[in-house]
Design a protein around this ligand. Structure first.
Ligand code: ZN
Length: 342
């Protein structure tokens, strides 16, 4: 990408209130059938326009067509029963009622490919598409069939690879896998988490990213963060192996987190999406705050490998706050571009 410091978001953006109840995870749709399909496309156009107007360089669908970043993908697979739900502890942190794996998992047809084609038709800007990572999928389910997190992850990796290849063919420039579970299950990440992720990107020619964050700004996550102490060193556990992996870009939570910025040194050589917008607060960052985070990150990432971004998805925020934050991201990035070119 020729442009210095291309901006993007981690993934989800708020939905319009006519599509789904705002500021809520797993918010139910307000329409159904053909009206819902049309409304999702309208929302996708709108989120694209808002990103463009805010000066975002790498745009996305803002996840307007999905209820949730993990379950919507899983819903389209065979072998998973959404009626027969079980309560599990997600990310070892909060209980949720989740679907059950009851048989061999498979993908009968593409999940997001039509949406990606639609997005591609609407813009000439580079587009990024998010998929859940294999480990995070496993961690958002009850498995009564394989009875092995690793086995199920390999199955999901194969399915994700099928989807990713078709997204690439639809013109997606960057495919991102969301792996917040990488911040929790370090042994598994090193044993099979990164290996299954590499299986998911096998044969892809487009760029690939992994997003590792401390989660949406919901209470279970902010409470968890309070227990993590004065320095968050979770990234240290997985970065050495990630640095050796075939993934091109690593997307991280940086602003207002207690992650020591120098940990980024451990993935030297990778492109880094630096989270410079906090998604757990309604306070809109000043451009100078954003610039401050990017300036610090530049000590550990080459300028041509730094991608300013948000800490995580913005679904739980109001549209107005999200809009302000996107503008702050662009304005803060502009300050650093100026500094780098003068
Ligand atoms: Zn995230």
């Amino acid at each position: 990408m020729a442009l210095l410091l291309p901006t993007s978001t981690a993934g989800s953006l708020p939905k319009p209130s006519w599509l789904a109840e705002p500021e809520k995870l797993w918010s139910p749709w307000k329409l159904e059938g053909d009206a819902l399909i049309e409304a999702k496309q309208d929302a996708l156009r709108l989120t694209l326009q808002e990103q463009s107007h805010a000066g975002i360089d790498i745009v996305s669908d803002g996840e307007q067509t999905r209820q949730h970043f993990v379950t919507t993908f899983i819903e389209h697979l065979d072998g998973v029963d959404f009626e027969n739900r079980e309560t599990v502890k997600i990310r070892d942190r909060y209980e949720a009622s989740v679907p059950s794996v009851v048989g061999a998992v498979s993908r009968q047809k593409p999940v997001f490919v039509e949406d990606a084609k639609f997005l591609r038709q609407q813009t000439d800007q580079p587009i990024k598409w998010a998929l859940p990572g294999p480990m995070t999928m496993v961690d958002t389910l009850y498995d009564g069939h394989y009875k092995s997190r690793e086995k199920l992850a390999w199955e999901f990796a194969t399915i994700l690879n099928q989807e990713a290849r078709e997204l690439e063919a639809a013109g997606v420039d960057i495919i991102q896998f969301d792996e917040p579970a990488f911040n929790v299950f370090f042994d598994e990440v090193n044993d099979w988490g990164i290996a299954t992720l590499e299986r998911a990107i096998e044969g892809l020619k487009c760029e690939t990213a992994v997003h590792i964050c401390y989660g949406y700004g919901i209470k279970a996550n902010t409470d968890w963060k309070k227990t993590l102490g004065s320095e968050w060193r979770q990234y240290e556990e997985v970065f050495p192996k990630l640095q050796q992996s075939a993934i091109d870009i690593v997307s991280l939570e940086c602003i207002n987190s207690r992650v020591p910025m120098d940990l980024i040194e451990l993935i030297r050589g990778k492109k880094v999406m630096v989270g410079a917008i906090d998604v757990a607060t309604n306070t809109i960052e000043t451009p100078e705050q954003v610039a401050g985070v990017l300036r610090k990150a530049l000590k550990f990432v080459e300028a041509d490998k730094l991608y300013p971004s948000t800490n995580c998805g913005m679904t739980p925020l109001s549209r107005q706050v999200a809009r302000g934050k996107l503008r702050a991201l662009s304005a803060g990035t502009a300050i650093i571009r100026q500094e780098l070119t003068t």
